[in-house]
Design a protein around this ligand. Structure first.
Ligand SMILES: [Zn+2]
Length: 219
């Protein structure tokens, strides 16, 4: 799995032009589509059918997961990250879920809230690996930000992991052109190949990140 930023059209055009890279650094070529998936977003439900690419160098094929999705999660990453931020701000899980209001399709002004059990599953999965993530993000920070940004403790494991992720995101924005709008959830999705909340967390992309980073720029 490789995560990519930008519209499906932009991804398709970059794939055809050989501008998307595999984790090994090889060039990806078009390789059909993955199955469509329905996801809940703050803008309403969406059906996404990611493209697939195959690597010219290592022969592996990858689902090109949009940077606003996480693998096997039926909610868009901005919704999940809003839950993490609310929890880090001290809200209880039920209050976090109640605050995540998503529009009902076809009914202007009507919203539904994320079920508490769903928000709870994201929060407990993230909290269980938050310290490992924080350390991994801090380990990456000198690569993307040689000036050494200081990360202030946020006072909770989730808050500290998010603060380290923010610092990496800020470093990437400053260092690479075309990433001004890069969001922390996109960085997290990208560094984990979309597996941020998968049953087991993969090792974060290290040096290869800087090569593959070209893949996350929609320009
Ligand atoms: Zn490859």
């Amino acid at each position: 799995m490789v995560t990519v930023r930008g519209s499906l059209e932009s991804v398709g055009a970059r794939l055809k032009a050989g501008r998307l890279a595999c984790w090994c650094g090889g060039t990806l070529c078009p390789w059909g589509h993955a199955r469509p998936r329905q996801v809940a977003t703050f803008a309403g439900p969406a059906v996404v059918r990611p493209r697939r690419g195959i690597c010219r160098r290592c022969g592996r094929s990858h689902v090109l997961l949009p940077g606003f999705l996480l693998s096997r999660r039926r909610y868009a990453a901005p919704v999940i990250f809003a839950a993490l931020a609310l929890r880090a701000a001290g809200l209880k899980v039920t209050a976090v879920a109640a605050r995540l209001r998503l529009p009902v399709p076809g009914r202007a002004g009507q919203c539904w809230s994320v079920p508490a059990s769903t928000a709870s599953s994201w929060l407990s999965r993230f909290a269980g690996r938050a310290d490992a993530l924080r350390q991994a993000f801090l380990g990456l920070l000198p690569l993307v930000d040689p000036q050494g940004r200081v990360v202030v403790s946020a006072g909770s494991v989730i808050g500290d992991a998010l603060a380290a992720l923010e610092a990496v995101t800020a470093g990437l924005r400053a260092r690479f052109g075309g990433l001004d709008m890069l969001a922390p959830h996109e960085v997290a999705a990208h560094l984990t190949g979309g597996m941020l909340l998968a049953p087991s967390l993969p090792p974060l992309a290290g040096n290869t990140t800087l090569i593959v980073m070209a893949a996350v720029s929609p320009s």
